[in-house]
Design a protein around this ligand. Sequence first.
Ligand SMILES: NC(=O)c1ccc[n+]([C@@H]2O[C@H](COP(=O)([O-])OP(=O)(O)OC[C@H]3O[C@@H](n4cnc5c(N)ncnc54)[C@H](OP(=O)(O)O)[C@@H]3O)[C@@H](O)[C@H]2O)c1
Length: 327
Amino acid sequence: MNRATSVFVSEPGDRSVLQVRDHEVPAPSDGEVQVEVAAAGVNFIDVYKRQGVYPVPTPFVLGEEGAGTVTAVGPGVTDLAVGDRVAWCQSSGSQSTLVNKPALLLVPVPDGVDLEVAAATMLQGLTAHYLVTSTYAVGPGTVALVHAAAGGVGQLLVQMVTARGGTVVATAGSDEKLAIAEALGAQHLINYSTVDDLAAAVRTAAGRGVDVAYDGVGKSTFDASLASLRPRGTMVLFGGASGQVPPFDIQRLNSGGSLFLTRPTLAHYVAERDEYEWRAGEVLGAVADGSLKIDVGGRYPMTEAAAAYEALEGRRTTGKLILVPTA
Ligand SMILES: NC(=O)c1ccc[n+]([C@@H]2O[C@H](COP(=O)([O-])OP(=O)(O)OC[C@H]3O[C@@H](n4cnc5c(N)ncnc54)[C@H](OP(=O)(O)O)[C@@H]3O)[C@@H](O)[C@H]2O)c1
C-alpha cells in the first residue's frame, strides 16, 4: 500500500470545504495502472462539483485530468509499462500525488511535451477540439464568437478556429485579456465589461451575424450570444462561468432566425476509445509540433488548491491553472 496526498471536498460548499490530506492508495486492480502525478488540471467543472451544482457524494477527491509516469501495472494491462508517460481527462479524483487509473482512460504523452503541459492540455484541449470539429464544423470563412477568449478553453478555441481558416470575434473582461486573444489570432476584439449592447458590438465588428457562438460564460452572455447569430446560426452553450442560464423559451430559436441550440459536454465526444485517441492525438500532436500554444497561467502546489480556485472564480486568471505535488 502506497500513500498519496490529495485535494478532498468534504461537503458541498465554498472553497473552505477543500481539504488536502494524506491517505493510502491500494495496488492497481484489474485493468488499472498506478501513476505518479506530475500535475493535475484546475477546471470549472471542479467548481460545479464542489458547489453541488453537479452532485457528487462526499467526501471525494477533486480533479478530472492530469499527467504523470506509470509506477505500477495491474493485472490484465498489456499496453502500458512502468516508466510510460501518460495523460488523461474525464477521470475524477485526479488532484492527487498518486492515482490508480483505468488503462483505457490514458493516452501517451508525445516526446518533447512536458508532463505539466500535457496535464494543462487535456480537458480544455479536447473540449476546444470537439467544439470546432464536431459541435460545429469550423472551416474557411466561418465567423465564430468566442467569449472569455483569454481563458483556458477560450485561448484554445481562438487558435483552433483561426487554424481552420475561420475568423474570431473575441470577448473578454479587460483590454489586457483581449491583447492575449489578439496575439493568438483573434481578428475582432470586444471588452464586454465596457459595451452597452454586446450583440450590436459583435455584429458591427463582424459585419454580419456570426455563424457560431461559443459561450462558456453562460448567464451573463447567453442572450447576447443568441442575438449575435446569423439566421440558422448555431448557439453552443458549453458552460456557466458566470452562472447557469435560466429556463429558456424555445420560440426564441424561431424569432432569432431558425437558430440551433446545443448544450454539449466533453463526455459525449470522447466516450468511444477511438474518438478519444483521435482527439488526444491531434491536440497533443499540435502541442508537440508547436502549432498549438498552451499557456500555463498559474502553477500551484496541491496544498494551495483553494488559492487556485479563488483566482479562477475571481476572473483573475488567463490560460490554464495546474496543481503540482510540491512547490
Ligand atoms: N461542456 C464542456 O465540455 C466543457 C469542458 C471544459 C470547460 N467547459 C466550460 O468552459 C468554461 C470555461 O472554462 P475554463 O476552465 O476555460 O475557464 P476560464 O475561461 O479560464 O475562466 C472563466 C472565465 O470566464 C469569464 N467570466 C465571465 N464572468 C465570470 C464570472 N462571473 N465568474 C467567473 N468567470 C467569469 C472570465 O473571463 P473574463 O474576465 O474575460 O470575462 C474568466 O476568466 C466554463 O464554463 C467551463 O465549465 C465546458
